[in-house]
Design a protein around this ligand. Sequence first.
Ligand SMILES: Nc1ncnc2c1ncn2[C@@H]1O[C@H](COP(=O)(O)OP(=O)(O)OP(=O)(O)O)[C@@H](O)[C@H]1O
Length: 228
Amino acid sequence: MIHMAGVSKIYSNGSVALSDINVAIDKGDFVFIVGPSGAGKSTFIKLLFREELPTSGELSVNGRNVAELEPAEVPYLRRGLGIVFQDFRLLPNKTVYDNVAFAMEVIESPRREIQKRVHHVLDLVGLRHKARTYPGHLSGGEQQRVAIARAIVNNPTIVIADEPTGNLDPDTSWEIMKIFERINKAGTTMVMATHDKMVVDAMKKRVIAIEQGRIARDQEGGQYGYES
Ligand SMILES: Nc1ncnc2c1ncn2[C@@H]1O[C@H](COP(=O)(O)OP(=O)(O)OP(=O)(O)O)[C@@H](O)[C@H]1O
């Protein structure tokens, strides 16, 4: 599902963000990416959806060689991925319903299918009753739940999240993790970069620790392993 062989990323200013990363993430895995600030976690995440390109090495995501994709093929790569960010990135002038529906409209899904599916994913994140609300009138946790609904509305095979609980209090973070766990149990692969020790220690999933651009630990049922 995700394969990295000898992947390195050096930014144009000379910063070495990742060095010789070798990793395989299989269908249905739930993986936390942890490590100190500046270790390379966000870079790892950005390579997966081709926000950044590896400097060297081989990277395939859903069977596609990411570095060799033509620009026109990038939307097809991203269509198989649901991406969730720390800062939610909702469209402020669209309602909750329209924020989620938009992800289906851009791929020209039929209107009836959009209605059905948007209501389904809003149910899944417990926000159907807020469908007509604008993001500015939602709590942080609710906004993140909308972002998750948007990320999964097109049935991605992998959900990628970069610090999705970074702006949320512990109880709300836990609600978000329960939603991710449900999505994962339904068969979706989860890759989540995080500094959230409480979440990682409680979930007991696979933990990949990156330190100074290298994999320092890759452990099933792992712990966060750093002071929070
Ligand atoms: N666009 C960029 N241009 C140049 N250097 C960058 C860029 N993005 C990241 N870096 C550098 O690459 C290294 C890894 O950064 P990255 O953001 O991947 O770390 P991180 O583990 O996500 O950190 P944090 O936990 O603080 O978010 C750092 O040294 C950083 O300064």
